[in-house]
Design a protein around this ligand. Sequence first.
Ligand SMILES: CC(C)(COP(=O)(O)OP(=O)(O)OC[C@H]1O[C@@H](n2cnc3c(N)ncnc32)[C@H](O)[C@@H]1OP(=O)(O)O)[C@@H](O)C(=O)NCCC(=O)NCCS
Length: 192
Amino acid sequence: MSAVFPTLITQRLALRAWRPEDLDRYRTMSADPEVMRFIGDGQPRTSSDAEISFGRMNEAWRKRGFGIFAVEELETESLIGLCGLEPVDPTVAAAIDAEHATEIGWRLDRSCWGNGYATEAATAVTDWAFSADAALDLRRLLAIVQVKNTASIGVAERLHMVREQRTIVPGNQRWIDVFEVSRAAWTAREAA
Ligand SMILES: CC(C)(COP(=O)(O)OP(=O)(O)OC[C@H]1O[C@@H](n2cnc3c(N)ncnc32)[C@H](O)[C@@H]1OP(=O)(O)O)[C@@H](O)C(=O)NCCC(=O)NCCS
């Protein structure tokens, strides 16, 4: 298992461990209908639901050695969102025949859309995920995106992920696109 909570620094961002003071901004983001529109059932999260998932993000790192990073803008030192890895939800994994696969995800506060931050963060996470430092031994990463979420599809495409399938999630009846990048393709592109 890798070190608990590495910090990844990019040109404009720090991807870092969650701090207790991040909770308020995380709650605000989770309550924003526009931010949550294409996450799961599309409902904004209540304050207590947000608090529960906040705790789980920290716990995941301890349990698995990977998880979701807090994304901070270096210039302002403020939390602007999240990006990281998690196991594909079992219901979705069964629907797309991807048991035990790992998913990359991204989410930004609405005020920070349109700056290239999600792509910058996701590039750093993918570099890390396939690196010897992470020691995760991943063969591939998936991104699972609701088909109407064009902004998120843009991020997957800028990462050169390949759309492998389109299907419907049994639980919430939403159509999803499944994007994939293999370690081989990512490292070949990086080396080029
Ligand atoms: C999905 C989400 C993170 C995408 O955010 P985003 O800001 O559109 O994506 P990026 O950070 O990659 O930024 C790309 C945009 O920034 C622009 N941009 C501006 N300055 C830039 C720079 N210096 N470098 C790169 N892109 C830049 C690009 O042109 C592009 O704009 P366009 O979409 O109008 O062409 C955001 O819409 C979001 O948080 N949505 C809610 C949560 C969500 O749905 N998450 C995904 C679940 S699968």
